[in-house]
Design a protein around this ligand. Sequence first.
Ligand code: ADP
Ligand code: MG
Length: 517
Amino acid sequence: MGQSKAMAGVYIACAAAACAAAAVVLTQRVKVRSQKYTARKILVEFQEACETPLPRLRQVVDAMAVEMHAGLVSEGGSKLKMLPTFIDHLPDGNEKGLYYAVDLGGTNFRVLRTQLGGLEGRVIKQEYEEVAIPPELMLGTSEQLFDFIAKELVSFVAREGEDFRLHEGQSREIGFTFSFPCKQTAVNSGTLLQWTKGFKVNDAIGQDVVAALQGSIERRGYKMRIAALVNDTVGTLAGGRYWNNDVMIAVILGTGTNACYVERAESISKWGGELPKSGQMVINMEWGNFWSSHLPRTYVDELLDNESLNPGEYGFEKMISGMYLGDCVRRVLVRMAQQAGIFGPHVPHKLLEAFTLQTPDMSKMHHDDSSDLKMVAEVLKTVYGIHNTTLGIRKIVLAVCDIVCQRGARLAAAGIVGILKKIGRDGSTANGFIRRNDVNGIHDELTVNSIGGSGKTVVAMDGGLYEHYSKFRNYMQQAVRELLGDAAKNVFIELSKDGSGIGAAILAASHAEYVPT
Ligand code: ADP
Ligand code: MG
């Protein structure tokens, strides 16, 4: 009797414990479900805010063409600076001799030399070196930055092999690729307007960057001449045109983003000087600073912009380029961690730090096609120390990557089609004229179909984002096809890997002081 009472007590205790355990499990399940519900809600809201259906993309295309026009009409007429580059003739393959290039514009700095052999020999030999820019120099003084560049350049020159030959009487001439907005006053001089892409070397603003580099080289006892100051887009355009006459546009999708194209000089109403004989001028759009109310802006973009080094500026770049895509993803994850607790009761400390999720890591997660999303788990673990994510949460993370990538890629596509529209190569022209009321009434018929000839248009593309992030590339190409319809058959986007370096060297050749005979 005593024993059975005791047994009953044990049973009751066990049942109570089991009930309590079941209740804990149930509460946890409910909690997990409600976490997932909240996270999904955040996801869906973000997705809707980022949508870029075709009609919206077309509005972005039109806005780009309108802003291009406005930026060419007057200084400050648009957020698009539409900077004349003073490049009025592009290489044609006849260039000969030894030329150098220096390329500063993002995460890496490159020096390059090339021996050009004219139409027969083309690029006989080429060598380059790449050095990461010490982060402190990106925020230091102008002298430190240009001295560093000069030091790397002269040490590269000192290692010039015998295959590279200067003509008698020729000094080494350099194409200087400097991928920040500059107001040029000649092909080889220009003052820096502002920094972008995480650089902030304040005393360089307003300085002639060619004179600054030239000075640093001379202080090291070297005699070299900077023949051309070029933006990386312009270098890419020149590098593409060297091989193919149909190249009219160049686009960079790397750390930052930008585009340039060949414009009819007469269309540049703000141009005060004499019109170039060629009738053409390459325009550096600085399209990273493009803005339109049609762009799908979200809380993520607002936060990112407010906390950036250049708030209120380069809004387009902040939506589409490699420096920012990963951080857009991170900010959505922060919201999910804070409001839905998807990574546990505490938000991982590092997740709160800006730029900790880099675009190559986002891309790794996005390309994860394993059934259990191993790579997503791996990146969350190695970058943020987040363990034990459920498959459901990993799927949500993947979906965020997809939304951010797709939006960026489709907006980049709209930008390209906007340029095609401006130069009359988007298929919307009849007999070489843009239809009236097209582009909000702007029908710049002089620019239409009047430059170049084969009917094909090639866009030279460079940048690590486009090159390595294949889902981004595919989304972009798909959107270009959607926007152009039938006209897409005449438009070719060609990767011109590191074209900006060789392009700058070739531009140094076509703008050299010494012209070999
Ligand atoms: P930069 O623009 O600095 O001159 P790149 O054109 O090489 O240099 O582009 C580098 C940028 O490309 C990186 O900052 C990164 O944002 C992006 N990138 C590089 N590799 C990848 C990758 N595997 N996936 C996605 N983005 C990448
Ligand atoms: Mg680059």
